[in-house]
Design a protein around this ligand. Sequence first.
Ligand SMILES: [Fe+2]
Length: 225
Amino acid sequence: MATASSANDLHGHSMGHIALHYVEEAMGPVAAKLLALIGFVETQMLPLPGGNFYRFVVNEQHRGRGDGILYLSCVPPAQAALVQAAREALGHGTDTPHPAIAALREALDHDPEYSFHVGILIDSLEELERITLDLRARNEGDPDLKGRLKIVVNRPQPGDAEIDARLDASPAFGDVTRYAYGRNGIQVFIETDLLTSGPLGESMVLELDYIFPGRDSHILSVVEL
Ligand SMILES: [Fe+2]
């Protein structure tokens, strides 16, 4: 017999895992350090000949589950070889690179969401502020991470007086002048060359999001141009 269901007892698909790659064997521990600093929980580290394999979960509740997982391993050899061949064919790193390389870079600089990226929802604005300030400082002074992070922040579209005042007073976000395609949430983009993605494997963007409570319409529920 059919029974009424609520949002609390719906069953079905969930986001299972993503597989991230660091760019070379020696960078495994530093890439894992970055994931830990963001707040992911390392549940396994398996030393392998080509570089450590890591399993992280988004929070402790997912430790034994099949979802909420981030795997981290070294980019596999055949993929690395293809990226290297593509770079050479396009003159990457030479005085005459193919103009498409700079065009994609320009697009990413304008919008970190332009290409493949992964978004993580964080349920505490204070925690997102702490992580943002910590990573900014480490990009300046942590020998492992110095110069390896590009941090870009989008504020929500203005109009909610409570949110606007809270962010104006924020030690991490008070000076942000970029705006998201939506309301009632904040986006922190962390681009790093420790991880590889995109057509030439140059970097990876991790997006950390916070949604202000009690708002049905927000940056992750509807896109507003
Ligand atoms: Fe996004």
